[in-house]
Design a protein around this ligand. Sequence first.
Ligand code: SAM
Length: 300
Amino acid sequence: MAAGGAQARGHRGRGLAVSGVESGTRAREALDSAITAIAAAGCETPRLDAELLIAHVLGVARERLLSDPDLAVSGPAVRALRDAVRRRAVQREPVAYITGTRHFRRLELAVDHRVLIPRPETELLVELAVAALPRGARVLDVGTGSGAVALALADERPDLTITGSDLSDDALAVARANAARLGLDRVQWLHADLLEGVPGVFDAILSNSPYVAESDRASLAPEILRHEPAGALFAGPDGLDVIRPLVAQAGARASVCLLAVEIGAGQAGAVAELMRAAGFAAVRAERDLAGIERVVVGSR
Ligand SMILES: C[S@@+](CC[C@H](N)C(=O)[O-])C[C@H]1O[C@@H](n2cnc3c(N)ncnc32)[C@H](O)[C@@H]1O
């Protein structure tokens, strides 16, 4: 699939390579062309992105592209692929928003611009909770977004009573829809600013809430800065404007025996100190697969 042709002439600059999918192209050529366009735009994983987009457009598993490279890209798939590659390469839209799905633990979650795309490192929060929570514990996932943590926990620990909360009604709508689609309707959802006015008694609070410092804004990838909701990312000058009140509020609830909070690189010391000051003991930081201190856990 070469760049050019009538479609390409309708675009300028970086749009040229993006638009070169001709009707009747084979998956192999479509892949080469998409990789070229996505790589030229400076995206970090062009082959993976291209495979996911083509598989999505064709409605096949990614592996099929390798086992059947002569698969035809024709009909409506041609326009859909051009559009998907343009969104990825020109607008730098994350693949998960284009395909509308993201894998998290054992679940396939629906995601869109209303929610942060769940990250692999957040799986650590679920892993720790699955291992640590006593049978029947009542758990609150604060800042649930797409419902990733609450739903993965409900999926893996059916004995738990789980509530997900968020300040964003838009996010809660996505979480509710995910719960219904995945048959995990027993998770409760609450609109709340952290723990303010949250009814009920909880044994454990988990949270991946915003923790990006305002000063780090300029260093974020365009995928994040342009497309993910700012309210899911930023938390004041040091990135702790949400975690700080959350830890204090959790500490003030006597029933909370376990608090686990996802953090950014370099925040472990400050968050551990906040937890100790709020009355939690045995405070420790757990590292993610990249070796970064990612979750601070306290208990009492
Ligand atoms: C980093 S995103 C994480 C979403 C989800 N937990 C995940 O891991 O994919 C943070 C979420 O916290 C929510 N949030 C921000 N401030 C909040 C607050 N004060 N109270 C409750 N939720 C809040 C945002 O709307 C967003 O959905």
